[in-house]
Design a protein. Structure first.
Length: 165
């Protein structure tokens, strides 16, 4: 069971375990604004309502320029599992400027890629292939990124939650 954490300005900030959320609430750092019906948490001093959504009491400032760690899964998700070159279903990622030629493992240099394009392109650049990227690869926006990935709390938000706690 996960709890959505809203910043004091109501923008979604992170998804945390309900235990983590309860600790924030019990320390008066956050208020429950939506609870899970008929499923209280049994704990010492409890039972407590199981929080579905909490809002922080204090506004936490989050710099938007913060780097989101780049992962293979993250690149595929950012690109909706579509090949950056042909738009077909992608299962691999491609270094736009090949690593063998100094290309970085960065959001800006990685795109989702179908097996076929990846094999054909090999260690050449899109220019050499006369290929065009369907979009300019960028680091995903931290906020929407965290909201979309609801299955876990993104470690890059931890320091901000710690600020609130
Ligand atoms: Zn392709």
């Amino acid at each position: 069971m996960r709890t959505l954490v809203l910043n004091a300005g109501y923008e979604p900030l992170a998804v945390v375990s309900f235990k983590r959320a309860l600790v924030l609430v019990m320390n008066h750092k956050a208020t429950v604004i939506e609870r899970v019906e008929d499923d209280p948490v049994r704990a010492s001093g409890g039972p407590y309502d199981r929080p579905a959504v909490i809002i922080l009491s204090r506004y936490v400032r989050v710099p938007m320029s913060r780097r989101v760690p780049v992962t293979r899964r993250g690149v595929l998700r950012r690109d909706n599992h579509r090949c950056g070159y042909c738009g077909k279903a992608a299962s691999t990622i491609d270094h736009v400027l090949p690593r063998s030629r100094g290309g970085a493992d960065s959001w800006e240099n990685l795109v989702a890629c179908c097996l076929r394009c990846n094999n054909v392109k090999s260690d050449r650049t899109p220019q050499e292939m006369h290929w065009e990227l369907r979009f300019t690869p960028r680091q995903p926006n931290g906020n929407s990124w965290t909201v979309r990935g609801t299955e876990r709390s993104d470690p890059c938000w931890e320091p901000y939650l710690a600020l609130a706690a």
